[in-house]
Design a protein around this ligand. Structure first.
Ligand code: SAM
Length: 225
């Protein structure tokens, strides 16, 4: 079972998420997904959650007090207790880079909270004292953590039992342990020939040993291009 909560300033971004097929499957089984509006828990005027930066500069910063209020409000427990029960992951471009191994690790984590930043990002004290870790999608800047959270939910959910249909598998995918972390081999389907572009002969041979060897060779070559 994976309890996965998302704390965001833009909960409407996630409206479609539960309709996506593998996430829907997981919601019927191993996944409990919660989307929480951080503003709901703010006592500040207009439910503000951000403020201007000390030291000056452009942009607003997501406050530590409103972030703690959101975490404690969602779980009805003091922050320290919440931190003992679940991984609290702040989405941040400078964090640990998300990859297949990280997604598998989170699928087995039991309980996760994703904190979506906005504007200039979180007050550093959120990263130091509220989050248990930081996660980055890569070395580039998104407008907010929402898209990053969706990527995490999508990738992590694929590893939950029952999320994928019988004709799909998260095992022989690019970067999976089953492929020794290599990219996946190329796939082909009908038509056999299109505009002179042919399916490799070996895939039509019916010789499963040769096909497996060819696929391995393609993976080792990293043949996506
Ligand atoms: C505009 S960004 C803030 C960028 C920040 N001032 C910096 O230079 O690193 C606002 C929020 O988007 C999210 N974000 C942006 N890029 C991200 C990335 N590569 N991975 C994960 N989250 C990201 C984070 O939650 C961040 O707090």
């Amino acid at each position: 079972m994976l309890s996965l909560d998302i704390l965001t300033l833009f909960p409407a971004w996630f409206d479609w998420l539960g309709d996506e097929r593998h996430i829907k499957n997981a919601l019927d089984g191993e996944l409990a997904l919660g989307i929480h509006d951080m503003r709901t828990y703010s006592d500040l005027p207009h439910h503000a959650v951000d403020d201007t930066p000390y030291g000056g500069g452009a942009g607003m910063v997501v406050r530590v007090d409103t972030t703690v209020a959101a975490v404690e409000g969602v779980y009805g427990q003091p922050l320290d207790d919440v931190r003992k029960q679940r991984r609290i992951i702040a989405l941040d471009a400078r964090g640990r880079q998300f990859d297949d191994a990280y997604s598998r690790e989170l699928a087995g984590a039991g309980a996760i909270t994703l904190l979506c930043g906005r504007y200039e990002g979180f007050d550093q004290r959120v990263l130091d004292h509220v989050a248990t870790e930081t996660l980055s999608l890569g070395p580039y800047i998104l407008a907010g953590g929402e898209v990053a959270a969706m990527v995490v939910v999508d990738a992590v959910t694929r590893h939950l039992p029952g999320a994928l249909g019988h004709d799909e598998s998260a095992e022989e995918e690019s970067f999976a342990p089953a492929l020794d972390g290599l990219p996946e081999y190329p796939h082909y389907t009908r038509p056999l020939e299109f505009r002179g572009w042919e399916v490799p002969e070996i895939l039509r041979s019916g010789d499963h040993r040769r096909i497996a060897a060819w696929r391995r060779e393609q993976s080792e070559r990293g043949s996506a291009s």
